[in-house]
Design a protein around this ligand. Structure first.
Ligand SMILES: [Zn+2]
Length: 272
């Protein structure tokens, strides 16, 4: 009987070195993401990939081959353990929207409390996409982001880039504000600028008592394991949006009926 000795290529595909505290995807089978913006972002990153690399990238992501991932100023940087002893460094640089586009989008968004509440609650109605388009902008990138990996594979995007793309899409799928950050608007600025548009005071020390969308900044979600390992997928945030945002100035604060309606509106969107 002739036994089959695996080729180098086959070993490379199937047996990356295991990672003890790798970052995990929510989905272990089927689609990586389920929401339109997560799908759209993933499509922008993997549309030019060859199937073999795409399949391997998904497998790497589901196996937890990504040791850490950081997101800062439209750029994602991650460490992916492959078959070599030394993990590969991947960067994915997204194109930020111009400041003027963000100003126009936020100005209109500030008048749509339903959409603000939904976004803060981890959802994004398709109306948001139309809102961006009215200002000649797009919430999703039209072109593949500029990506790099220091591996020696000839395929681009390589499986390591694609594994990171899966993880980015997974995180964005429950946190639209992370997508905004990748498009050039840090999460903190989203809150600050809405408050400015509503003529609300900036947060003070009392805000420490108010539930936050996350106890950690967007940049810190996926820290290196030697700082704080994150091995479990993060759940969508549950927040009291009305308490978080305050009450827009154009609302009559003595009008309890309207306030109750506003609060219900926020909460209805958060539950979706
Ligand atoms: Zn690579």
């Amino acid at each position: 009987m002739i036994s089959h000795w695996p080729t180098h290529q086959e070993i490379d595909i199937n047996v990356p070195i295991s990672v003890e505290h790798g970052l995990q995807l929510r989905s272990q089978r089927g689609e990586i993401v389920k929401n339109w913006w997560g799908r759209g972002l993933l499509a922008a990153m993997d549309s030019t990939a060859v199937k073999e690399e795409l399949d391997a990238g998904k497998r790497y992501a589901r196996k937890g081959q990504i040791e850490w991932m950081e997101c800062s100023e439209s750029t994602v940087k991650a460490s992916v353990q492959g078959r070599d002893d030394k993990p590969y460094t991947v960067t994915i640089a997204f194109k930020a929207l111009p400041g003027a586009a963000w100003t126009a989008v936020l100005t209109e968004l500030s008048q749509r409390l339903d959409l603000c509440g939904a976004i803060l609650g981890g959802s994004m109605p398709e109306d948001v996409q139309a809102l961006f388009e009215r200002h000649d902008a797009a919430v999703l990138p039209a072109d593949p982001p500029h990506s790099t990996c220091d591996c020696e594979r000839t395929e681009r995007p390589c499986r390591h880039m694609l594994a990171v793309a899966c993880l980015v899409a997974d995180r964005v799928d429950t946190r639209p504000l992370l997508l905004f950050e990748l498009r050039g608007l840090p999460q903190e600025q989203f809150m600050t600028r809405l408050r400015e548009l509503w003529n609300l005071p900036l947060p003070d020390v009392d805000d420490a008592d108010v539930p936050q969308p996350s106890e950690r900044s967007v940049t810190g979600y996926y820290r290196r394991p030697d700082v704080e390992p994150e091995t479990q997928p993060t759940a969508p945030p549950k927040v009291d949006v009305l308490a978080k945002l305050g009450i827009p100035q154009f609302f009559n604060q003595d009008d309890q009926t309207s306030l109750q309606t506003l609060r219900k509106l926020y909460h209805d969107h958060i539950r979706r």
